[in-house]
Design a protein around this ligand. Structure first.
Ligand code: NAD
Length: 503
């Protein structure tokens, strides 16, 4: 038996309960179908087969979930920090115990390759452990003395929050948002992406089995313009943590306006990787390839624009083509696979439409540029060269394994091209000239920059973008700034003079 067939056998076991029961919502600790009785099917992008049916939540389900989150809020907020911490650690342990099931289901539901998803569960558990450690200090504040008063600040959880997540790495991103919300003392209504509901259900189950009180974490499946929209408009929901497209971020900001929702938006990117001719080109090549062709290129932080110095462009691009042509596209559960199928038909059509757009714009397809196979959403890893930054392939987020290479001559030109984008999530810089690195990073317009490195996440650092890539930061204490309100209390130290009116 090959490793792939052994994995498929295990997957079949893991999917059995989903096939039998479908995916239900989880509201106030109870599994429930949508109140309307509506359901939709989730498909595997590998062979377009139906995995199972999913509750299609609507306004009534969101109302019930928001009410449950509101009811559960006071007790969760007031639970002693150490007790909350213990529950979060038990959730981390529950994730670790079901790591393989989570990874296999994630691969089958999203098309992501096992080599990357096998660590997704462990990273999710790490998020719970990290924020569990922060629980005890979350409310700490400052003492600010003023004449006649002792001023004290503290932070309090904002209330029930909505979490809306995308399909690209759904498990990791859900933990990334929900762990700090719970640690802060908020209760949650989670609306996962309609294309990838499996692991959100497993995660919510783990949380309940870990002893999370009913109503603290509610799961409502459904579509963005139904359940998602209603969640952003709901008056009991005090904030929305959203990860998804920039266009949707702007929509939900409008939807949340009437209830003055606090919004945290983690949105799209068209991130530059700038390679100067003095860089360690071997390492730069590895990082360039990894940061666009891993996770199917369905990655907000992917380096989808390569800005390469003219002096080394020909050789670097030739080596890139060689490597890109050797990337293994295949079944997501095959350990050898480097790129799996794209998430869904409409996304597949979008990504592959850029092959024609590139040609029309006058770029060269130096590698890939074709669909693969007759079923499933497989594409060849693709490289466009001879591109300029005005082309659509350089400006639009393709969100697939597709890299656009653009040459530059001077540092000034590199900076101008890098910043000529509506997005500003990440940037990557390769140079061995320290003062150049300092100059360029000062002027690069991005929320996160790595120098001589691929994206290496460190949980205490701020994660987020500028321009159309988002508003707000995750990570470390920044997460608590979003999920909590600052509160100031002034205590009079004596009988200071109070202005007297109407005397
Ligand atoms: P999307 O915006 O289409 O959907 C994201 C979520 O929003 C889904 O759950 C969807 O149902 C919901 N939604 C859609 N319309 C809504 C509405 N009107 N009201 C409320 N909710 C609504 O994004 P996607 O296609 O699922 O994900 C890919 C996008 O996510 C890419 O643009 C990618 O760059 C971005 N992303 C960003 C980050 C980051 O940290 N910046 C991380 C991962 C993905």
């Amino acid at each position: 038996m090959t490793e792939l067939s052994a994995n498929i056998t295990k997957l079949t076991g893991y999917l059995e309960r989903f096939r039998r029961d479908g995916i239900l919502n989880l509201i106030a600790g109870e599994s429930r179908p949508a109140l309307s009785g509506a359901a939709f099917n989730t498909l595997s992008p590998t062979d377009e087969s139906v995995i199972c049916s999913v509750a299609r939540g609507g306004a009534a389900d969101i109302d019930a979930a928001a009410q449950a989150a509101k009811d559960a809020f006071p007790a969760w907020r007031d639970m002693p920090a150490l007790q909350r911490k213990k529950i979060l650690i038990r959730i981390a342990e529950g994730i670790e115990a079901r790591a393989e099931e989570i990874a296999f289901c994630e691969c089958w539901d999203t098309g992501q390759a096992l080599r990357f998803m096998s660590k997704a569960a462990l990273r999710g558990a790490e998020n719970f452990r990290y924020f569990a450690d922060q629980v005890t200090a979350a409310r700490d504040g400052k003492t600010l003395q003023s004449p006649g008063l002792m001023n004290v600040t503290t932070r309090v959880p904002i209330g029930p929050v909505g979490v809306i997540t995308p399909w690209n790495t759904p498990f990791m991103l859900s933990t990334w948002k929900i762990a700090p919300a719970l640690a802060a003392g908020c209760t949650v209504v989670h609306k996962p992406a309609e294309f990838s509901p499996l692991t959100a259900r497993i995660l919510a189950e783990i949380a309940h089995q870990a002893g999370l009180p009913a109503g603290v974490w509610n799961l409502v499946n459904g579509f963005g313009d139904e359940a998602g929209k209603h969640l952003t408009e709901h008056p009991a929901i005090k904030a929305i943590a959203f990860v998804g497209e920039s266009r949707t971020g702007s929509l939900i900001t409008k939807q949340g306006a009437d209830t003055l929702k606090r919004m945290h938006l983690e949105l799209g990117g068209k991130n530059p990787v700038v390679v100067f001719d003095d860089a360690d080109l071997e390492r730069a090549l590895d990082a360039v390839i990894f940061m666009i062709y891993s996770i199917n290129g369905e990655r907000c932080t992917s380096s989808s624009r390569l800005l390469i110095q003219e002096t080394i462009a020909e050789e670097f691009q030739a080596r890139l083509v060689e490597r890109v042509n050797r990337i293994r596209v295949g079944h997501p559960l095959d350990p050898k696979t480097e790129i799996g199928p794209l998430i869904a038909q409409e996304h597949f059509d979008k990504v592959t439409s850029y092959f024609e757009i590139a040609k029309q714009d006058g770029a060269t397809i130096a590698a890939g540029g074709e669909r693969l196979g007759s079923s499933g959403y497989f594409v060849q890893p693709t490289l466009f060269t001879n591109a300029d930054n005005k082309m659509r392939i350089a400006q639009e987020e393709i969100f697939g394994p597709v890299l656009t290479a653009i040459t530059f001559t001077t540092e000034e030109e590199a900076l101008e091209v890098a910043n000529d984008s509506k997005y500003g999530l990440t940037a990557y810089l390769w140079t061995n000239d320290l003062t150049r690195a300092l100059r360029v990073t000062t002027h690069l317009e991005a929320g996160m920059i790595w120098v001589n490195s691929e994206n290496v996440r460190h949980l205490p650092t701020p994660f987020g973008g500028i321009k159309s890539s988002g508003i707000g930061r995750d990570g470390g204490d920044w997460s608590f700034d979003f999920y909590m309100e600052q509160k100031h209390i002034g205590f009079a130290l004596g009988q200071h003079k109070i202005p007297r009116l109407g005397v």
